[in-house]
Design a protein around this ligand. Structure first.
Ligand code: SF4
Length: 430
């Protein structure tokens, strides 16, 4: 180990909001959960993500991270070589050696994640036990946790869910006399987190914490007085873990676009008995600025058709925003998983004509996409190039995670992500 930086298709007509959902299982084209390390490592400044995987895993994370050059990177891959895979070397000894060397070299690391991959799962390397063993050795300086980012178990944004779910048992319990507190769950860019913090302050909601926190030592407390708002739609396991700690989820759409952000804030306002005129007063200015900024994108995007392949789990909230605030014609919204409870608000906002699909049989979905000939296709990198070659205009779904898109001030940036490919296509055609 070295350290370097089907089923056959079936349709089922059942869905939430009583609308039909096309469910298909077959070959799928999605990134694995390792991808989420790219945005998680930016958020948690004293955490380090050590993928226990193959050279393929190392290449995936490195290429997803783009051409960034780090003096002190916060992720790496412990490469399992043939000897590890053949069982000739004791992978646990090798892992301990790699971790010890890493922590000696990097005293700034306070939280180390061992991230499982397909190869570590195939040889059944018990990373939970390894994390426990290493934590005992390195606490209190460094806590070691584990989660799986393997493509066998996870897609793309599920890596974030698995990572945050691993953090929940580490959160301290609320003190006995704790008052009500709000927890915002899901990795947000710092700038977005600061904006939300100000909005909550203006609403009079002062006890607000974020998961993940920027520093390992700032892990917020949780308990029966915690009410939480999901900021990302991919956090089913994290929500379950928070519920088990006694926290209560506030049901709301996701804070994408003017409408989603307002409804998300409204859910917290209701739970905190904030008078409705205070909410109106707080959001008036940001709403007006966001609507004005959206106007020029609306001129370009209105009436344009769009087709979503399943990838990021952001598809449904973004489709709602594009349909309702920009007047786009959404043909199909595919999502890897449809969490009925977490998305019920979103689905009720989608126009009736939108086809919802869960899971994927990629060939069948490609046929549907081609026959509807949309103006924009939202998909992963693997499908984007072939579809561009066929003359379709594509948007890479991975950009939706790498760009700050939540909240009022980012609504126009979110719209621009969809306007840009159309402008590029028009420029190329001139
Ligand atoms: S975890 Fe699996 S799917 Fe992801 S890069 Fe490694 S081998 Fe590929």
């Amino acid at each position: 180990m070295t350290l370097i930086a089907m089923r056959s298709p079936s349709d089922s007509p059942m869905g939430c909001d009583n609308r039909p959902v096309l469910r298909q299982r077959g070959q799928r084209e999605v990134f694995c959960g390792l991808t989420s390390i790219v945005w998680l490592h930016r958020k948690m400044r004293d955490a380090f993500f050590l993928v226990v995987g193959s050279r393929t895993c190392a290449h995936l994370v490195q290429s997803a991270a783009g051409v960034m050059i780090f003096a002190e990177p916060r992720f790496a891959t412990a490469i399992m070589d043939e000897r590890d895979l053949a069982g000739l070397a004791d992978a646990n000894d090798e892992l301990d050696r790699v971790v010890t060397r890493l922590l000696e070299r990097r005293p700034d690391i306070k939280l180390l994640f061992l991230v499982g991959s397909c190869p570590s799962e195939v040889i059944k390397l018990d990373l939970a036990r390894a994390a426990e063993r290493l934590s005992q050795r390195f606490l209190p300086e460094v806590r070691v946790l584990n989660y799986s980012g393997s493509g066998i178990e996870t897609t793309f944004t599920q890596g974030e869910d698995a990572c945050l779910a691993a953090l929940v048992p580490q959160m301290p319990s609320e003190p006995a006399n704790a008052g009500k507190s709000l927890l915002v769950v899901g990795a947000l860019a710092d700038i977005v987190e600061d904006q939300f913090r100000r909005l909550f302050e203006n609403l009079g909601i002062s006890t607000v914490a974020f998961l993940p926190a920027r520093a390992a030592s700032d892990l917020p407390a949780v308990g029966p007085n915690t009410q939480y708002l999901l900021a990302q739609p991919c956090l089913g396991d994290t929500a379950r873990a928070l519920d088990a700690r006694g926290a209560k989820r506030l049901s709301a759409p996701f804070p994408l676009g003017v409408e989603g952000t307002t409804e998300w804030l409204r859910a917290a306002s209701i739970a905190w008995d904030v008078p409705s005129d205070r909410l109106v007063e707080t959001v008036r200015g940001p709403q007006a600025r966001a609507r004005q900024a959206l106007q020029r994108h609306r001129e370009l995007l209105a009436e344009k058709s769009i087709f979503f392949f399943p990838d990021s789990q952001l598809e449904i909230p973004i489709a709602r925003f594009l349909a309702r605030e920009l007047g786009m014609n959404v043909i199909e919204v595919g999502t890897p998983y449809l969490h009925q409870q977490h998305l019920s608000n979103e689905i009720s906002y989608l126009p009736e004509s939108v086809r919802l699909s869960e899971g994927q049989d990629v060939e069948m979905q490609l046929d549907r996409c081609r026959s509807s000939n949309p103006d924009i296709v939202v998909c992963g990198l693997g499908l984007a190039n072939p579809l561009e070659a066929e003359g379709l205009t594509t948007k890479w779904s991975i950009e939706l995670l790498f760009t700050p898109i939540q909240g009022y001030d980012q609504a126009a940036d979110l719209a621009e992500l969809f306007a840009r490919p159309l402008v590029r296509r028009a420029t190329l055609e001139v």
